[in-house]
Design a protein around this ligand. Structure first.
Ligand SMILES: *Cc1c(COP(=O)(O)O)cnc(C)c1O
Length: 380
């Protein structure tokens, strides 16, 4: 059986976790957390990175830092994971969903402006599959209407748009290190902060509303409760697991890209024949091979394809159910404009297995089975 995902494991994770345990410093903001923060700052060029307990929590922090309040509107795609909306709904804000582009499955930058109202406070682009949204246009709209940009870059570590790291365009960016992402710590994430003046408040927010981070650095001699906050810092054991992978980030990314390219080439003929559609990476975008997807003709064909692959020992999956069609999405949000692509494209999309360690032979086998499925279809 070829799994859809296998969590990344490079070999040094357990050694590093052992070091964290032996240092008798397993709570948050220990040595490995600092190493991860600094690695991400160097890699992305962000002013500040704070490791968090999840990408969802990093986005919640961004919503708090941006001062999102009840009744505010936040523009985002409907084709995304629930966390993108949850972080704002928790503040009483209204997610305003706009349609996606069919080529990248990212928010259609040309539909954002029409969704702006007097209540709009933020735009949340989601870099689907680690392929950048049209950030030039999005930042231009944000500037014109004075909106905060919070990037859901959960899938976007190591990816760039016009040479700049995803997650560093907006005031805030959020990465995920869930076990399904390119680099993992089980559950975890990171908040990227663009402006130095936000850093102190972010540290306080993450440490239960205290100035403990300052205390740890020896800047004050006791710490106290200074503002509202929560507990958004992960254990250093988890950070140790992640750091082993960050050290090998290039190697992991190259291995993923090799699988991605093999799929792309192996399925090119089916695309040329008009049987399927393959992902588009626009000029100016460098991606991290977070995901390989293909699009079947429609929902029925996709269901048959996933079943066929399953009977051949391959676990392929689909996602997302568009948020505006879900019970919570209908309760808390609204869709602005026409749903031309969100539902239609989401029903066609099929994700093929892609993880660190998937072999060339396995990828080959999967490609052959997809081709066999379409050869059978033709015969019918
Ligand atoms: C994975 C993911 C999240 C959530 O990440 P967690 O770390 O599990 O909170 C949010 N948004 C997108 C687009 C994701 O892919």
């Amino acid at each position: 059986m070829i799994n859809f995902n296998v969590p990344p494991f490079t070999g040094k994770e357990l050694d590093y976790m052992k070091i964290a345990v032996e240092r008798q410093k397993i709570c948050g903001d220990g040595m490995f957390t600092t190493k991860c923060n600094e690695w991400i700052e160097k890699q992305t060029g962000t002013a500040k990175c704070l490791l968090t307990t999840s990408c969802t929590h990093a986005t919640e922090m961004a919503a708090l830092l941006a001062g999102i309040e009840a009744g505010d509107e936040v523009i985002m795609p409907s084709y995304t994971f629930v966390s993108t909306a949850d972080a704002f709904v928790l503040r009483g804000a209204v997610p305003v969903f706009v349609d996606i582009r069919p080529d990248t499955m990212n928010i259609d930058e040309n539909l954002i402006e029409a969704a702006v109202t007097e209540k709009t406070k933020a735009i949340v682009p989601v870099h689907y599959a680690g392929v950048g949204c049209e950030m030039d246009r999005i930042m231009e709209i944000a500037g014109k209407y004075r909106l905060t940009v919070i990037e859901d870059a959960a899938q976007g570590i190591m990816s760039t748009y016009k040479g700049q790291a995803l997650g560093t365009f907006g005031e805030y960016g959020a990465f995920s290190f869930h076990e399904t992402k390119n680099f993992s710590m089980g559950e975890g994430g990171a908040l990227l902060i663009k402006k130095q003046e936000d850093v102190e408040r972010a540290e306080i927010l993450r440490e239960k509303g205290t100035n403990r981070s300052k205390y740890f650095r020896g800047q004050i001699d006791k710490y106290t409760w200074v503002d509202f906050g929560s507990s958004y810092l992960p254990s250093d054991m988890n950070a140790a697991y992640l750091y082993a992978q960050l050290e090998l980030a290039e190697k992991i990314t190259d291995a993923r890209l090799a699988v991605w390219n093999q799929y792309r080439e192996g399925l090119a003929e089916l695309e040329k024949e008009g049987r399927i559609e393959l992902p588009v990476v626009p000029k100016g975008c460098v991606h991290n091979a977070h995901m390989f997807y293909m699009k079947a003709k429609d929902l029925k064909e996709r269901t048959e394809l996933i079943d066929f692959l399953k009977t051949n020992g391959i676990l392929a999956v689909f996602h997302y159910i568009p948020l505006h069609t879900s019970p919570a999405g209908q309760k808390y949000g609204r869709f602005k404009g026409e749903d031309t692509y969100t539902t239609k494209e989401s029903e066609r999309l099929c994700r093929l297995p892609l993880y660190y360690g998937l072999t060339e032979a396995e990828t080959s086998y999967i490609i052959d089975k997809v081709k066999e499925f379409y050869a059978n279809q033709k015969a019918l």
